[in-house]
Design a protein around this ligand. Sequence first.
Ligand code: CAO
Length: 425
Amino acid sequence: MGKALDGVRVLDFTHVQSGPTCTQLLAWFGADVIKVERPGEGDITRSQLRDIPNVDSLYFTMLNSNKRSITLDTKNPEGKFVLEELIKICDVMVENFAPGVLDRMGLTWERIQSINPKIIVASVKGFGPGPFEDCKVYENVAQCTGGSASTTGFRDGLPLVTGAQIGDSGTGLHLALGIVTALYQRTLTGKGQRVLAAMQDSVLNLCRVKMRDQQRLQHGPLQEFSQFGEGIPFGDAVPRSGNDSGGGQPGRILKCKGWETDPNAYIYFITQAQVWKQVCEVIGKPEWVEDPEFAKPAQRLPKLNLIFGTIEQWTMTKTKFEVMDILNKFDIPCGPILSMKEIAEDQSLYATGTLVNVDHPERGTYITVGNPIKLSDNDVKVERSPLLGEHTDEILTKVLKLDKSRIDEIKASGATGDKVREAAE
Ligand code: CAO
């Protein structure tokens, strides 16, 4: 087995979450990822949300596996020199600075192309061209502007952000796809190109079904929403739908045994039309199979509260795992609400590499989420994240092949620096 992106070298000029998730994926597909960080401080996440004093945070270690770290002050002329040397020999440059930052460094697209016309320059920005293009953006801003927050939560409650980092990690994923696609096109054209993934666009792409519903609203109420059966009129925009299914098969989160004390004693239950007969039999309502009030999916839509209320009387008599076992025998789609603790203890996820225990010289062993995308011919093990500037010398000597006196000059200029820990939590 080899590495899918063997031979691809990535200049990783990213920070925080969105960019690093992209370059981590590329590293897991076998690319050589060189992370450029500011001397002394590095990626700001190294010191954010720390659980152990003076040790790289889990925020950083879980987003920067399998990378090499070089420290460079790119505002120092010698640092800029090294950066441009890296641009010459890299296939891809990834960045997620605020709009205008790269230009202020003198690294316009034209300048980068003149250094290396084959390089692919990939950027995360908050917004694409338009009224907000100059704005800085973090995760929750993207969730709010991409249509997620207005459609998440309960109808009579506040808009809600989700725990899934669809703005940051979601955009990183989109960008990674853009990069490998541009790499493929380069094999045909020999030319680099720019790749842009805007966080608003990525969230909106993931909220595509809500734009579907926005258009459906013009032709009548959204019958799969609980509020339809409750007789509550719809306004002119897609409302928050609580835990209603976003698809054509109604679903709901239902209480299971122990819900009074366990915040996660619930199961998601889908009344898939194909197995309606089985659903009725399992919950002790066999008469609903032929009942003209319940037999067809359209007849059931106005009665979702009654149907799920009845199913819940049954699920409450069993634990979520007992419900799961029983329903699976009948091919009824369902899933227990798993806590992060339960997921962290699930050995089957370690067996597939979705969860990985990693050793780190300063923090000891920690759990990280491995590559969620499995390729049968990609032999990359998840490795720990680099310490700040751990590979500076290695990159200057072995990758850029600079001689000792030149390296000494660069170091003397302060363009690259030793690790300095900041108590910045
Ligand atoms: N050497 C010298 N200077 C460096 C440097 C280095 N190695 N790395 C970064 N800098 C400088 C930049 O040049 C910039 O300086 P100027 O503003 O003077 O030009 C400065 O650091 C700050 O960069 P920034 O504006 O990108 O960083 P910030 O912390 O103020 O903002 C963020 C962070 C995320 C809001 C912003 O980068 C952004 O909007 N990025 C695009 C959207 C994005 O990716 N958001 C996701 C955030 S969570 O994943």
